[in-house]
Design a protein around this ligand. Structure first.
Ligand SMILES: C[S@@+](CC[C@H](N)C(=O)[O-])C[C@H]1O[C@@H](n2cnc3c(N)ncnc32)[C@H](O)[C@@H]1O
Length: 274
């Protein structure tokens, strides 16, 4: 790489890292996108614009965030007072602040009950591209209490800090990490990997990477979900995503169980049969 390219990549990375909208994104992700943009654009302004367009699709900031600092403070107080009802309320408020988990709230307890009825009670979970979903821990009944290893991956730094803060308060290890799963597939071993409502966007952002990602995961069960209704326009997406899912793992001989909830279509795939 020429010195000029290197300077351009650094300038673009710094500009995005300092921006209000995308500054919370992992620097490794921004740099990777800046490298890709620098292959097509030689002027910083055009390269920055290209990276911001990719980040709009990858980070989906329009899905929403809670006020992480205020929420962490309120959780501290609720845990210090051992006020279980208040803790539950604050978890629900956090989940309500992001569209993906907000849509799941009405079915949440039933959702995990039915999934774990198929997979068995996990003692280790991977939550890939998790957003705020780890805050649903208390509705993932029955989880393995404090012995649970809950690995969560996202590229939004305050979100991951907040999840680890919450895990510590719950007595769990802080196993959430800032990791770009398109650049580095998760390596950890677990019973169940959750990849919820992100595969269509992942495919749009990274092309054919979904299948090798699923193949590489060190888990017995994959739980992959899709919205069953489009956010805009309310179109039914069930049959389109069912076909998509089956194509994605065609030829791999992985048994699939399908669960259809109000608003979410779930596939439970057994990668390793005992
Ligand atoms: C639609 S939200 C996920 C919702 C969550 N799985 C759920 O269903 O509740 C997408 C999340 O994926 C994260 N993300 C997108 N691309 C990623 C990548 N390459 N590596 C890690 N996280 C990623 C975004 O930061 C965002 O938090």
């Amino acid at each position: 790489m020429s010195k000029q390219d290197d300077d351009l990549i650094t300038a673009v990375t710094n500009a995005i890292k300092q921006s209000k909208k995308y500054g919370d994104t992992s620097e490794a992700t921004i740099r990777q996108l800046a490298e890709e943009a620098a292959r097509q654009h030689k002027k910083p302004k055009a390269a920055i614009k290209a990276v911001r367009a990719r980040l709009h699709s990858i980070m989906a900031p329009y899905l929403g965030d809670p006020d992480y600092k205020a929420m962490a403070r309120q959780l501290n107080e609720a845990f210090a007072a051992n006020d279980q009802e208040r803790i539950n309320q604050l978890c629900l408020a956090s989940l309500d602040a992001h569209l993906s988990t907000r849509e799941r709230l009405p079915i949440m307890a039933d959702f995990y009950r039915q999934i774990f009825a198929v997979t068995g009670q996990p003692s280790a979970i991977l939550d890939i591209a998790c957003a705020l979903n780890p805050l649903a821990l208390r509705w993932m009944y029955p989880v393995n209490g404090e012995r649970l290893k809950f690995y969560a991956y996202d590229i939004h730094e305050p979100r991951i800090d907040f999840i680890n803060h919450y895990f510590r308060l719950e007595g769990l290890e802080p196993l959430a990490r800032v990791q770009d799963v398109a650049m580095q597939f998760p390596q950890e071993q677990a019973d169940v990997a959750l990849f919820l409502k992100e595969m269509p966007r992942f495919t749009r952002n990274y092309g054919d990477l979904g299948r090798p990602l699923l193949q590489s995961l060190n888990v017995r069960w994959l739980v992959i979900s899709y919205p069953s209704i489009s956010t805009h326009g309310g179109r039914n997406l069930t049959s389109r995503y069912r076909d998509f899912m089956h194509q994605l793992i065609a030829g791999l001989n992985w048994p699939i169980t399908e669960l259809l909830f109000e608003g979410e279509l779930v596939f439970i795939i057994e990668k390793i049969t005992p």
